[in-house]
Design a protein around this ligand. Structure first.
Ligand code: BYC
Length: 310
């Protein structure tokens, strides 16, 4: 066996993290760029549905919290683009691919935020789902990705709690507010379950990603963890899970849940979700509108470099 491959395999086996300058198989690098790039895009596109409510947050406190949260998501995107760059990916190329629909971002952000309760639902359910996935990624085999995840998880944990608290206030409010909270849970519950990706028997990348320890748990395992964590929270604040099949199984200690609408999931991935077009258009405008800033920064960096040489 090739000595470099042997060394790589041994590192994976022994849980020694792979670092940017280490040799790695091309397919490992490619898979990481795909996943980290998609993850970075998700953070940045994820700012849009919530950012939409900054001017309409119901109080100064909620507005300040939401502003901070949306800024955190931008930061997460930047750590992740940087992690992808350590693998040789090019940020402009990743942006071009996102805008051309050649790179994905999380399906969840193709749903609209119709009411303030949807913003609370994103914090609670969407960040809650993201944490379940990302805590596992803190032990992913590629060092820069794992380290980015540690910091991101700390911030996501604050996001999840503020979302839960905002939702709890609505659930304990007037009958209209409680209804608004329930409607948001009805809208976001199933799309949140879809965030974990296709079921294990339909996930083309899982087996190899698990073997390389990029993924530590399968899509279905993480989805189950999320359901087990979250159903008690829904019930605790007096709301209902919009799934007639939800049931706690005393023997397994897990909640059983109904069938996900996979046709809807794949349609959203194909660009047919309610907001796909709007999200990509927003990113395209931001990318084109920011070109002069990137050009100016590049010229400034060149001048600074020349000064250093002289
Ligand atoms: N949406 O073989 P599979 C957040 C794609 S946002 C879209 O299972 P894999 C936040 C998948 O890419 C959270 N596409 O793939 C931000 C693959 O297509 P390609 C973002 C999906 O990679 C702001 C195909 O389906 N988190 O934190 O082994 C506010 C087959 O799937 C989705 C991450 O990105 C989906 N839901 O597993 C609030 C976490 N699911 O690429 C919160 C990092 C699957 O072959 N990513 N696809 O064309 C992962 O952990 C994994 O990539 C996934 C999928 C579990 C998502």
């Amino acid at each position: 066996m090739d000595i470099q491959l042997e060394h790589f395999d041994k590192s994976i086996q022994q849980d020694i993290s792979i670092e940017p300058k280490d040799w790695m198989p091309d397919a490992y690098r490619k898979t990481l760029i795909r996943q980290i790039g998609q993850h970075a895009h998700s953070e940045v596109v994820g700012m849009l549905p919530e950012g939409n409510w900054i001017t309409r947050a119901p109080s100064l406190k909620r507005k300040a919290v939401l502003l901070a949260k949306v800024q955190d998501e931008a930061g997460h995107g930047l750590y992740l683009y940087s992690a992808a760059e350590t693998l040789g990916a090019d940020r402009d190329d990743m942006m071009d691919k996102l805008i051309a629909g050649k790179m994905k971002y999380s399906s969840i952000f193709n749903y609209p935020t119709l009411t303030w309760a949807d913003v609370a639902a994103i914090g609670w359910l969407v960040d809650g789902a993201a944490i379940v996935n990302q805590v596992a990624l803190c032990r992913t085999s590629y060092g820069p990705y794992a380290r980015a995840m540690v910091r991101i998880c700390k911030e996501e944990s604050f996001h999840q709690r503020q979302g839960f608290e905002a939702m709890m206030m609505l659930a304990n409010g007037t009958p209209e507010q409680k209804q608004m909270a329930q409607d948001a849970v009805n809208r976001f519950w199933w799309p949140a379950l879809m965030m974990f990706g296709p079921s294990d028997d339909h996930s083309p990348n899982s087996a190899q990603s698990m073997a390389w320890k990029i993924k530590r748990f399968s899509n279905d395992e993480l989805r189950q963890k999320f359901v087990d964590n979250t159903v008690p929270q829904v019930l605790q604040i007096g709301l209902q899970v919009p799934d007639p099949d939800i049931r706690f199984n005393e023997e397994t200690g897990h909640y059983e849940f109904g069938e996900i609408n996979w046709d809807e999931f794949y349609a959203v991935l194909k660009g047919q979700g309610p907001c796909n077009h709007e999200r990509i258009e927003a990113r395209r405008k931001a990318w084109e509108g920011g070109k002069w800033v990137r050009d100016a920064a590049a010229v400034f960096a060149q001048k600074q470099a020349r000064k250093k040489v002289a």
